[in-house]
Design a protein around this ligand. Structure first.
Ligand SMILES: Nc1ncnc2c1ncn2[C@@H]1O[C@H](COP(=O)(O)OP(=O)(O)OP(=O)(O)O)[C@@H](O)[C@H]1O
Ligand SMILES: O=P(O)(O)OC[C@H]1O[C@](O)(CO)[C@@H](O)[C@@H]1O
Ligand SMILES: [Mg+2]
Length: 483
């Protein structure tokens, strides 16, 4: 017997709506409850909008209904199942903003990431060419650029001036940490009659973006704030992966390849150590390790380092192969090196020099066993994120830019976009903020694969369980929590 899903009903803004869905097939399983996550809409804040028909999409695209959802959890492991669902992104039949009266601004914040320019290019192109928006500002140098003057004052972007920017890494607009002033930014938006703001950045940038959306409601300004998540750490919650991450993984494997070549060639007992980015999540280190297949020891922030296991393991590898390769994420080993009280302009804590420390530990361990060792330390950190996006990430950048533009034109606000189970969706920014930064589950499949591929002793992770589980539990609690 199959019972059709009941109509998905939405209530208050940003609330999870408990929506009963029954889908029984010969009593095999039941999806008991789908919690549809509602996206704030400007009409709910009392802005009626233009309610114009979407001629841009008409004739070439299938409109996406506001009722279309994507299930967040598609793995069934029991007779009944509860899952969140995210509103599908895509062109809507009705536009909140009349393109003729639409003025947009785009800003990139936080660290660099492959594909920033590709997102900017695709935003400008879809807004100008498809929707017919005539004024698009490019804010220079992150949030602080709203108040900059002179050469750093906002640019006017056109499809023509962005047509080749995807070929370059970095961001045409510039980026920064710090300098966020909500009052001044909203004042600028009001003065320039900008009614769509696109922010491309990480969790910090999104926290700022939501403050801007809230301030706009408070001040009665009809502005849509749309985010596009950016991080090469891949530490944004909910989404499948962030743009630029796989490009960074490919670049990281080149550094690992160099480390292997150095380690293999330098006698006796060559060891290559590669430090990769990853402030609080070791996804980059883990994926580069899995992709390269050359790594013998991978250290990540989620799994505390146990030197008494790690160093003898390296010695065994060197004995067997003549060389070894180590990958360490920059945020690993906080439990040994201590946390720094210093923070950067974005409020992110500064990290101790784990790569140099580890190199020293390896040297002294081999010395203590009366073995010669040649350690080559490679720190390619900025190189992996300053390159242009590869083909897969370029495609993702285009998809995300389009999702953001369609959502903002339709009048959604305070949302970000992402792939969930390979479908593009909109996510309320508070949901993203609650689930980010996410960390790798030290008892999950990715880490299990890393241990299998490197052959590093499971004991490397033995102390980890309580600490990493605590970390992971925190993320999961955040994800499970309602707004
Ligand atoms: N809680 C917050 N409220 C308002 N603005 C914030 C907040 N956190 C960060 N910002 C601002 O967002 C911008 C970028 O923040 P941050 O340095 O944390 O980078 P990010 O967006 O998280 O990207 P990355 O992935 O590189 O860390 C900065 O201008 C910072 O001032
Ligand atoms: O030196 P910056 O520009 O602050 O960036 C470094 C940080 O950026 C990140 O890649 C996040 O974007 C972190 O892994 C890293 O700690
Ligand atoms: Mg961040």
């Amino acid at each position: 017997m199959r019972r059709a899903a009941q109509l998905l009903r939405r209530t208050a803004p940003y609330a999870l709506t408990g929506t009963a869905v029954a889908a029984c097939d010969d009593d095999r399983f039941t999806v008991e409850k789908v919690n549809v996550i509602k996206i704030p809409h400007l009409r709910d804040q009392g802005f009626p909008g233009a309610n114009k028909s979407n001629v841009a999409a008409f004739g070439y695209a299938k409109f996406v209904s506001d009722e279309d959802c994507v299930l967040g959890d598609i793995v069934l492991n029991g007779p009944s199942h509860t899952t969140k669902a995210y509103t599908r992104a895509g062109p809507r039949e009705k536009l909140h903003f009349d393109p003729q009266d639409t003025r947009c601004a785009i800003v990139t914040c936080g660290g660099l990431c492959p594909g920033l320019n590709t997102v900017v290019k695709n935003l400008v192109e879809i807004l100008e060419s498809r929707y017919g928006v005539e004024k698009i500002y490019g804010i220079k140098g992150g949030y602080r650029g709203f108040t900059s003057v002179g050469w750093d004052a906002p640019l006017e972007l056109t499809a023509d001036c962005v047509k080749d920017i995807h070929r370059e890494g970095g961001t045409l607009l510039g980026t920064s940490r710090g300098g966020f002033d909500a009052e001044k930014i909203v004042e600028w938006l009001r003065a320039k009659r900008v009614n769509q703001l696109y922010v491309i950045g990480g969790d910090g940038t999104h926290r700022g973006a939501y403050k801007l959306a809230e301030l706009c409601w408070e001040k009665g300004v009809d502005v849509s704030v749309a985010g596009v998540p950016k991080t090469i750490d891949n530490d944004i919650g909910i989404i499948d992966r962030s743009f630029g991450f796989m490009t960074a993984v490919s670049e990281a494997t080149r550094a690992i390849e160099a480390a292997r070549t150095e380690a293999e060639s330098n006698r006796p007992n060559g060891i290559g150590v590669v430090k990769l980015m990853g402030r609080s999540a070791g996804f980059l280190a883990a994926f580069a390790t899995l992709a390269s297949q050359d790594v013998d020891l991978c250290l990540v922030p989620e799994v505390p380092i146990v030197l008494e296991d790690a160093l003898p393991h390296l010695e065994r590898v060197v004995d067997k192969k003549g060389h070894a390769v180590v990958v360490v994420a920059e945020g690993a080993g906080e439990e040994l090196l201590g946390a720094s009280a210093e923070v950067d302009a974005g409020g992110n804590k500064k990290l101790p020099p784990i790569g140099a420390w580890l190199t020293k530990q390896i040297k002294s361990y081999f010395k203590s066993t009366n073995r010669e060792v040649t350690v080559k330390y490679i720190d390619p950190s900025y190189m992996v994120r300053s390159v242009p996006a590869d083909a897969g990430d370029s495609y993702l950048c285009m998809l995300l830019a389009h999702a953001a533009a369609h959502g903002a034109m339709a009048g959604y606000t305070g949302f970000t976009v992402g792939l969930v189970k390979n479908k593009s969706v909109m996510i309320p920014i508070p949901e993203l903020a609650r689930t980010s930064p996410r960390s790798m589950n030290a008892r999950g499949r990715t880490w299990e694969r890393v241990v299998a591929v490197t052959n590093q002793p499971c004991a490397v992770a033995r102390k980890e369980v309580s600490w990493a589980e605590k970390q992971h539990a925190r993320t999961m609690t955040n994800q499970a929590a309602g707004p």
